[in-house]
Design a protein around this ligand. Sequence first.
Ligand code: GTP
Ligand code: MG
Length: 326
Amino acid sequence: MTIFEDLPTTPRSEELIDKAFSRAARAGHAKKGVEAQESMLQTAANILSDNLGNVVTSWPDFDDIDPFYRDMADAIVGRHDLNVDTLRQHLSQVMWASRQCEKIKNEYHGRIRNADPDTARKIRKQAFARLASVTRQVEDDLLAIADARDELKTLPDIRPDEPAVVVAGYPNVGKSSFVNAVTRASNEIASYPFTTKQIRVGHFERDRIRYQLIDTPGLLDRPAEERNAIESQAVSALTHLADTVLFLVDASGSCGYPLESQLELRDEVVEKFDVPVLTVCNKSDQSRDVEADHYMSITEGEGVDDVLDAAVDAVDWELELPFEEN
Ligand SMILES: Nc1nc2c(ncn2[C@@H]2O[C@H](COP(=O)(O)OP(=O)(O)OP(=O)(O)O)[C@@H](O)[C@H]2O)c(=O)[nH]1
Ligand SMILES: [Mg+2]
């Protein structure tokens, strides 16, 4: 469950106008004369102002959300040349339109009430034209919000309030093998729109605490200068998320990358992340020729549990008890 999961579909301007005016016509049929015109205005304006308002209030307040979600949202909507700040501008435009519909309703209501039926009909038509025009003015805003919503809704279930161990390292060093080996079979494969490879999120439990183990292909597997803006933003999101990083190296060179480059990337990650970064020499069955915090061989099943223990120690998560005073 992510904070964006419940975002409802964003309506388009024409859709809203059709809905508002057809409901208004129905409401008008039930009445006669001036009253019919009043009822039509009320119905149309209410539907527009409510629906436009709901588009905005269904979004979480970006000032309150975890920085992980904020950076992630920035990275994800970046595909549409949006970011959280521009998204907020679109949302406030839509809120403006919602209030404007309310104002139009109030402004025309008195005029209709004091008119004869024919004039009342003319005034109501003017009001409808203005309602439609206001709603069309935010057409682009609604489209941008719809794009953002569609992307963010499918954000994989990574929880910033649960402990997270991020697994990094060059391609082929054994990151996925590690995540697969130590987490339950039902690894969630998460597709992020900004990486060509799929991120794997596994879970394991220690002392009744659930840990997230996050494989990061396409993000933390090469030097920062090779990342595009969106990928950098995603890495920034990971810095908020990670409680510990396991940096896997392959000293045998069978992964296809020189050890020196791997260690340079490791140093970069140490620099970038504010949390413990453990250097883990994987494929120790092939080579242990590197200075590391831990040595393991996933294929031989050697040292794997120790690495997981070390990660748990480094995370140092304190369970918050619900009955504890704060
Ligand atoms: N000899 C040996 N091979 C291993 C070990 N761990 C993983 N491998 C092999 O290394 C290869 C790459 O492993 P992956 O787990 O796919 O590596 P990765 O880091 O996830 O690679 P990308 O997803 O491309 O970034 C596979 O063929 C694994 O079988 C190990 O401990 N010893
Ligand atoms: Mg992999």
